[in-house]
Design a protein around this ligand. Structure first.
Ligand code: ASP
Ligand code: MG
Length: 422
């Protein structure tokens, strides 16, 4: 029997009662001699609580500085340490031999980019030794250690990445991410009560759904699973559903279900739209500007470039976090003004809604359908952007729920209409 990695987080480890329940469930696997590695994240709300402590300590003006802060990573990595030790104690009480480890103790090596570190290498010797001695290993997610011995964290939701990276390193049979929801839904069930559970989804679609704001999995976790071909399953601790299996290729999918172009709709309220107006007098202005963003490690989601007469209009979206204080905005504005002779403007009352599906770009009716349905409800489109696998629109954030519901119905994703089609 191969090894399975299971990850538990959020409310599933949110109280002693829940931790004890997980321990009971793990005991059943353990008795069946299933080799398990368990990754945990912090108890629900704990990471936020720790972040708030740091924010209170720092002067609000300096809030941006905390994003490159060694001490902050030490602080926020402790949330997972609480969960792992409690779960291990609960298991020991049930007679299951277990041991918990922080990322550093387990030699999960990362780069040195605090709060957003990337895993580079995992030394599996401790895990293998414990598994051979029938010890259930509990690992603190979300963290690692850099080559200088500093503790690092992997970005919000990073325990998922710990789980898939570990599964890849030890060549597990499957990586199972237990969450509060039963799997991946066609859209956020809290926003649309007609959303339905997706049984199988391709990796590319999943990547889009998680990178664009669907909060089920951290994007990087899916990347690890793809690279190393580890089946990744998202499922709920609270029911016995098999959840959603994330698979590599659509061809496998087509044998299972009838081809449905749209797999899901997702939304992201965390981005601000920034527009840069530059004339074409400065050679390579757009390129220079995007390079500047890179210099500050700013990832932009949607990028769109238009030439109107002799002016370039570059629109892009970046995390609203960068604009929490005016500091970053001022830096960008000065750069655009002094080096590119242009202007910058920002709108942070927007939402990006994305319709995701393999081959979406080759079905021209999709864009028309989106436009006509939104028009009917009086929602004004600010920007449209397409790629092979998604079509994203930017609208005013006040219309998020309405737009998602309208499009969910228009693309036959509502729970009843899917049943009817089958
Ligand atoms: N505890 C961390 C967070 O809240 C990591 C995780 O939950 O996966 O972001
Ligand atoms: Mg999570």
């Amino acid at each position: 029997m191969g090894i399975i990695v299971q990850k538990f987080g959020g409310t599933s480890v949110g109280s002693i009662k829940n931790i004890k329940n997980i321990a009971k469930q793990l005991k059943l696997f353990y008795k069946k001699k299933q080799k398990l590695i368990v990754v945990v994240s912090a108890m629900s709300g704990e990471t936020n609580r720790l972040l708030i402590l740091a924010k209170k300590l720092y002067n609000e003006q300096q809030v941006n500085n905390i994003y490159n802060n060694r001490e902050l990573d030490i602080l926020i990595s402790t949330g997972e340490q609480i969960t792992m030790s409690l779960l291990s104690m609960a298991l020991n009480m049930l007679g299951v031999k277990s041991k918990s480890y922080t990322g550093a103790q387990l030699s999960i090596f990362t780069d040195s980019v605090y709060t957003k570190a990337r895993i580079q290498h995992i030394d599996t010797s401790i895990i293998n030794k414990d598994i051979n001695n029938n010890i259930l290993v509990i690992v603190a997610g979300f963290q690692g250690i850099d080559k200088y011995g500093n503790i690092t964290t992997l970005g919000r939701g990073g325990s998922d990445t710990t789980a898939t990276a570990l599964a890849s390193a030890i060549k597990a049979d499957e990586c199972q991410i237990y969450t509060d929801v039963s799997g991946v839904y066609t859209t956020d069930p809290r926003l649309c009560n007609k959303s339905s559970l997706i049984s199988y989804i391709t990796v590319e679609e999943m990547l889009e759904l998680s990178s664009l704001g669907s909060k089920v999995l951290q994007t990087r976790s899916v990347e690890f699973a793809v690279k190393t071909n580890i089946p990744l399953r998202v499922l709920s601790i609270f029911d016995n559903n098999p959840g959603t299996l994330i698979i590599k290729k659509r061809s496998i999918l087509e044998n299972i279900i009838e081809k449905q172009v749209i797999s899901g709709i997702t939304y992201n309220c965390k981005e601000a739209k920034t527009t840069v107006f530059v004339t074409d007098v400065v050679p390579g202005a757009c390129y220079k500007f995007l390079k500047k963003l890179k210099e500050y490690n700013i990832e932009s989601n949607i990028q769109n470039k238009k030439k109107i007469q002799k002016k370039f209009v570059i629109t892009f979206t970046i995390s609203k976090d960068y604009y929490k204080t005016t500091k970053m905005y001022n830096i960008l504005q000065e750069y655009v003004c002094n080096n590119l002779g242009g202007k910058l403007s920002c709108d942070n009352k927007i939402v990006i809604i994305s319709i995701v599906g393999v081959g979406i770009n080759s079905h021209k009716y999709i864009a028309k359908k989106i436009l006509s349905n939104l028009e009917k409800t009086g929602i004004i489109l600010i920007l449209v952007s397409t790629s092979e696998i998604k079509l994203s629109i930017i609208i005013n954030e006040n219309y998020t729920a309405l737009a998602v519901k309208v499009l969910h119905t228009a693309f036959n994703l509502d729970i009843n209409s899917i049943k009817e089609e089958i």
